[in-house]
Write a protein that binds this ligand. Structure first.
Ligand code: ATR
Length: 275
């Protein structure tokens, strides 16, 4: 019987997940499909029940439901618990629902695919302290990266995130800008520069040392103003396409047991976004 998978969010029309997963089903000759569903926050519980009743085999969860879905699930794994957010739901053989979060591990996989493990043991600066930053900090610490420094416009949020992690410290944006040369890996996780909507940079990368690895989790545009400035200062840069593809690949693997082809997907999405 044909299996079906889904992604739920509000909004959802911009999601590139359906094309990505459908292509992977095709690559692997699987009789399965993946569909986007626009679910308003007030309907989340009914949506989860409906997905279950209609036999959905697993789904992704995106903004703004990543934390709100947790009470509707039977179980969440450590990644989701630490991040207090779920991006992947598996329907287990007994029909129960298990949530996990592949965002942090997806980021680390894309980093290592591009740069190997050269950033291990380097000081890490994470810019931003929202949900995305939390996932990435967890993923990095899980793989032995750090120490991690977190800089955020609202310092209290950076302090809270640093407290929740075993080996992290909070910094103001100004302080981070002044000691930028101390960091071997810098990761931009805020929404500044996304979809050309918020222009500007969350932090001035003019003091970044040549050769430093600088990542931005934004993939539309492929190169934010921040990433461009870092590259022009000699940094080795990485945009968010790899993280997007790897978080999806990890979900795909949880559902099907198959590791899909990430390298060709990164190329295709980059091309689609004008790269
Ligand atoms: P996400 O799940 O994508 O991380 P979020 O939890 O809403 O989204 O977090 C957004 C992040 O972008 C936060 O770090 C936020 O900073 P504040 O905590 O100070 O709000 C950051 N951010 C959003 N707009 C920003 C802006 N114009 N300048 C600087 N930081 C911004």
């Amino acid at each position: 019987m044909k299996k079906w998978y889904a992604v739920i969010g509000d909004p959802i029309s911009q999601s590139m997940s359906p094309n990505m997963h459908d292509e992977w089903f095709k690559d692997n000759n699987m009789n399965a499909s993946y569909s986007p569903h626009h679910i308003y926050p007030e309907h989340l519980g009914e949506a989860v029940e409906s997905l279950k009743l209609l036999g959905c085999s697993g789904w992704n969860v995106t903004v703004p439901h990543k934390s709100a879905i947790i009470p509707f699930l039977d179980d969440i794994d450590e990644s989701a618990e630490v991040m207090n957010a779920v991006n992947t739901v598996e329907v287990l053989p007994d029909g129960s629902l298990r949530g996990s979060n592949t965002d942090g591990a997806g980021f680390v996989q894309s980093l290592e695919e591009m740069f190997g493990q050269q950033c291990l043991e380097k000081k890490v600066l994470v810019i931003g302290a929202g949900g995305a930053a939390r996932g990435i900090c967890y993923g990095l610490q899980d793989k032995g990266y750090g120490p991690i420094y977190i800089a955020n416009r609202t310092i209290e949020k950076a302090q809270q995130l640093a407290e929740d992690l075993p080996n992290a410290k909070a910094l103001t944006i100004t302080k981070a800008e002044n000691i930028l040369e101390d960091f071997g890996l810098i990761i931009q996780t805020t929404s500044v520069g996304m979809n050309y909507a918020t222009t500007g940079m969350p932090l001035n990368p003019s003091k970044v040392l040549a050769g430093t690895v600088v990542a931005d989790i934004i993939y539309n545009p492929l190169e934010t103003e921040f990433l461009k400035a870092a590259r022009e200062n000699g940094a080795q840069t990485m945009n968010g396409v790899g993280m997007f593809v790897h978080q999806g690949a990890l979900a795909f693997e949880k559902w099907t047991g198959i590791q899909p082809n990430t390298a060709s997907m990164i190329e295709k999405i980059t091309e689609k976004l004008g790269g």
